[in-house]
Write a protein that binds this ligand. Structure first.
Ligand code: SAM
Length: 382
């Protein structure tokens, strides 16, 4: 697999983080290349000064952050994995750190922007959130260029650029990617609430979801099935791994009143939604006994320390369908569980989680199943 990006006179060595032994996926794509080449050919660097900077939204693994090393820039992402990759690739390519600010997507958007480069994110609602925030900090002289895979750019994508930025056109496709150019001529500032709130009737919980949260419009049916199949026991240290809006951890908070619950996700918006949801739906004392951590799985968590880990594993990383994160989560869980501690997961029937858990834990029990999902339980033996 090629790890060296040769482009516009630079060679960058780029890895995806976390790094896998037999990685098959590159740390950049043709949309990154298209953006870099367009920026270079049109000499957009001449517009950048200390006061009027480059803003990069959703750099996947650091190709853009590293390439523009000479330029004052702010990089924004909702992904802990992307931010970790960006930081490691900056180091790997000996980039200077004085000219770059890295922000998560909940931080206020910088307002000294001259050129904006956007990688179109997977979630349309998240794009809408970002364009709305962007529209508040740009002016008619700001240059806005976005890029994405042809199959990720739809009429609805372009309609959002028209709505929040202004007149929008696209380039020809190159290597299956396309550029989007928006003139900043939309003068009306639109203040639309993009976060959603809905109720889980059975518990009467109101569930808040920031723009980039998994299953933001309704309760995920896999998540619901896991909530309905929590194991019985006196669990004290419990983790909701890949918590999204936090519904599974909330069900655990209800089922195990004395437990300390840790909510973990790699999305800043997910972890913040889980925090809001515990706060809104539980007594103060109960929500005090909780922790909210933005992290890559359980990396850095203590060995043999937890009684129960609940997980509705992810099957995507950005635009790519993959089960390697689920694998990593199961391995992490095995490491962090105390002896006799349990990992309980929900998965689509067709996914091969049972085999994976048997290999890692040496055991795996089918707890429940329906037409679509299975609930699996693996116990840490020693
Ligand atoms: N628990 C929620 C539910 O049941 O509705 C969300 C489940 S969703 C299938 C998987 C979640 O895992 C997503 O919120 C995603 O952001 C998160 N995730 C993906 N990769 C992760 C990683 N490396 N570490 C922690 N969380 C991750």
């Amino acid at each position: 697999m090629n790890e060296a990006l040769n482009i516009a006179g630079q060679t960058l060595v780029l890895h995806r983080h976390p790094r896998r032994r037999n990685e098959t996926l590159q740390a950049w794509d043709s949309a990154d290349e298209y953006l870099i080449n367009y920026f270079n050919e049109n000499e957009l660097d001449k517009y950048i000064t200390e006061d009027e900077q480059l803003l990069i939204l959703n750099d996947g693994f650091g190709a853009l952050s590293c390439f523009f090393n000479e330029i004052e820039r702010t990089v924004v992402s909702d992904s802990f994995l992307s931010i970790s990759s960006i930081k490691l690739n900056l180091q790997r390519n000996r980039c200077e750190t004085e000219r770059i600010i890295i922000q998560d997507s909940l931080q206020e958007m910088t307002n000294n922007v001259k050129v904006v480069l956007i990688k179109v994110p997977k979630t349309l609602a998240f794009l809408e959130y970002q364009l709305q925030e962007l529209s508040k900090v740009i002016n008619k002289d700001t240059i806005v260029v976005a890029a994405g895979k042809v199959d990720a750019i739809h009429k609805s994508t372009l309609a959002l650029f028209e709505k929040y930025i202004g007149t929008t056109k696209t380039s020809l496709a190159k290597k299956k990617s396309r550029l989007i150019f928006s003139l900043v001529d939309q003068t009306e500032i639109i203040e639309k609430e993009i976060a959603t709130t809905w109720e889980i009737e059975r518990q009467g919980w109101k569930i808040h979801n920031h723009a980039n949260v998994f299953s933001r419009n309704h309760l995920d049916i896999g998540g619901r099935y896991l909530m309905d199949n929590l194991p019985e026991g006196n669990f004290i240290k419990v983790i909701d791994l890949g918590c999204g809006n936090g519904v599974v951890g909330m069900a655990a908070a209800e089922a195990y009143p004395d437990a300390q619950i840790t909510f973990i996700d790699e999305s800043y918006m997910a972890v913040d939604s889980a925090r809001i949801n515990m706060l809104k739906n539980f007594e103060e004392e109960r929500s005090d006994n909780t922790r909210f951590v933005v992290n890559n799985g359980l990396v850095g968590f203590k060995e043999r320390s937890y009684d129960l880990i609940l997980c509705n594993p992810p099957f995507h990383q950005q635009h790519t369908i993959t089960d390697h994160i689920a694998w990593a989560m199961f391995n992490d869980a095995h490491f962090c569980l105390a002896v006799n501690g349990e990992l309980v997961i929900v998965g689509n029937r067709h996914l091969d989680y049972q085999d994976k858990l048997e290999r890692i834990f040496g055991n795996c029990e089918l707890v429940a199943e329906n037409k679509k999902f299975v609930i699996l339980r693996a116990v840490k033996m020693q």
